[in-house]
Ligand binder design. Structure first.
Ligand code: ADP
Length: 136
């Protein structure tokens, strides 16, 4: 069992995330913590330069609200966090900062079952400092 489990959530595919949250719940210590992390991908600088700065913040605020709703729908208390950057690198940073003992991640987006691992999952598996549970 694990005291700190990180579950990266792709808000475009919440159904997949629900399965990962269920797995995390089963593997969690009684007083353990689940961290739900979503990564809002960076907008290329040449586009960002033309956009009001509030748009990125609005998108992070909306993602945080969706993460909290996902936790509520799953009936769990989780620490929810939105980061910006590249998904795999940001997930790995979050895991190290929170000293996660386990990462639970889906192998790929739904419908891409021919792929063994999606690009984010593959990078997380390859570079994580802690065990990674890959749900297929
Ligand atoms: P694919 O390449 O098929 O889209 P991914 O490897 O990107 O597959 O997705 C697998 C899992 O990686 C997702 O279920 C989620 O756990 C995690 N993930 C992908 N993108 C993000 C993101 N932007 N924020 C948080 N987690 C993500």
């Amino acid at each position: 069992m694990y005291a700190k489990i990180l579950v990266p959530i792709d808000l475009a595919h919440v159904e997949t995330s629900k399965k990962a949250i269920n797995i995390a719940q089963k593997l969690l210590d009684k007083d353990g913590s689940i961290y739900l992390v979503n990564v809002v991908e960076d907008i290329p600088t040449y586009i960002a330069a033309e956009m009001p700065i509030s748009i990125l913040q609005d998108s992070k605020d909306q993602s945080l609200a969706e993460l909290k709703a996902t936790a509520k729908a799953a009936g769990i208390k989780a620490k929810c966090e939105v980061r910006s950057g590249r998904p795999a690198a940001s997930i790995l940073d979050a895991a190290e900062e929170h000293e996660a003992e386990l990462i639970v991640i889906a192998s790929h987006r739904p419908g891409f079952s021919d792929y063994f691992l999606g690009s984010t999952a593959a990078r997380v598996v390859r570079h994580a400092q802690c065990p990674v549970f890959v749900d297929r």
